[in-house]
Design a protein around this ligand. Structure first.
Ligand code: NAD
Length: 263
């Protein structure tokens, strides 16, 4: 049976670990060719080896417009065009308060989380138009919906991603390019430890702990894993969501609706 993304070409940013990596694996399994864009070159090279002819790695720091443009162009030169963009690369900072965060701190978070996806869309759209349309998915967060889930700049940036996705959808949907956001809850990835500058092993333990602790209180009693988000990205990337644009999907085990019933 043909996969749900058979013949499609996707660019995935932040593809070397966590949610991005889980999405590379799922998209390839569903028939897509993937440009895995990240700044972790060693992991990117390993992905190319793991999926020969299906994954090409692009060194792409999403704060650098030229590198973003080159990653999009690679989709065309390596695989013939571009149908799907998953703007997923992300960072977080320490739980810096509004009185402590520096001007540079604000710029760094917004450059990666907001300006990066914006420039990704800018350079993906012309290629998608050549193919008659496409699907853009931006990773936001429950932190962009409710206060208290992340540092202040991170939360503000993720709220911006949700609204930028709506605004882009209004512009691009008539040209058959749908734009949506995903708001993950607490997912076991290295982002928590990475923001504290912890070594990989400690970061991984921290990731598992955060997701396991969430599983004890959120309505769905399981730890959130990267493939939980990859499956939502697959839905938004595929024709199954042909009538869905300008919205966000919350994938959080129900944690934003409240705690679990005691009976
Ligand atoms: P992760 O740390 O495992 O993955 C993030 C990836 O982004 C890494 O591979 C990293 O190298 C890459 N990256 C960082 N800066 C980059 C840059 N400037 N240019 C290109 N790539 C860069 O974390 P993750 O949880 O998989 O994060 C993926 C997305 O999910 C992020 O946007 C994050 O904010 C979002 N998110 C995560 C959670 C969670 O609980 N893990 C919750 C909500 C939202």
């Amino acid at each position: 049976m043909a996969g749900r993304l058979q013949g499609k070409v996707a660019v995935i940013t932040g593809a070397a670990s966590g949610i991005g990596l889980g999405t590379v694996e799922l998209f390839v399994a569903e028939g897509a060719s993937v440009i895995a864009a990240d700044i972790q070159d060693e992991k990117g090279a390993m992905l190319e080896k793991r999926f020969p002819g299906k994954v090409a790695y692009a060194h792409c720091d999403v704060t650098q417009e030229a590198e973003i443009e080159a990653a999009m162009k690679l989709a065309k030169s390596a695989f013939g065009g571009l149908d799907i963009l998953f703007n997923n690369a992300g960072i977080s900072d320490r739980m810096t308060s509004i009185t402590e965060i520096t001007a540079d701190g604000w710029s760094w978070i917004f450059d990666v989380l907001v300006r990066g996806p914006a420039l990704g869309m800018k350079h993906a759209v012309p290629l998608m138009l050549e193919r008659g349309g496409g699907s853009i998915i931006n990773t936001a967060s429950i932190a962009g919906l409710q206060a208290g889930w992340g540092p202040i700049a991170y939360s503000s940036a993720k709220a911006s991603v949700i609204h930028m996705s709506r605004a882009a959808a209004a512009q691009l949907s008539p040209q058959k390019i749908r734009v949506n956001a995903i708001c993950p809850g607490l997912i076991a990835t290295s982002i928590f430890g990475a923001s504290l500058g912890l070594p990989r092993e400690v970061a991984d333990q921290m990731a598992a702990r955060v997701a396991d602790n969430a599983a004890k209180v959120q309505p769905v009693p399981k730890a959130g894993m990267p493939d939980d988000i990859a499956k939502a990205a697959l839905y938004l990337a595929s024709e199954d969501s042909a009538f869905v644009s300008g919205t966000h999907i919350v994938v959080d085990g129900g944690i934003t609706v409240g705690g679990r019933h005691a009976w």
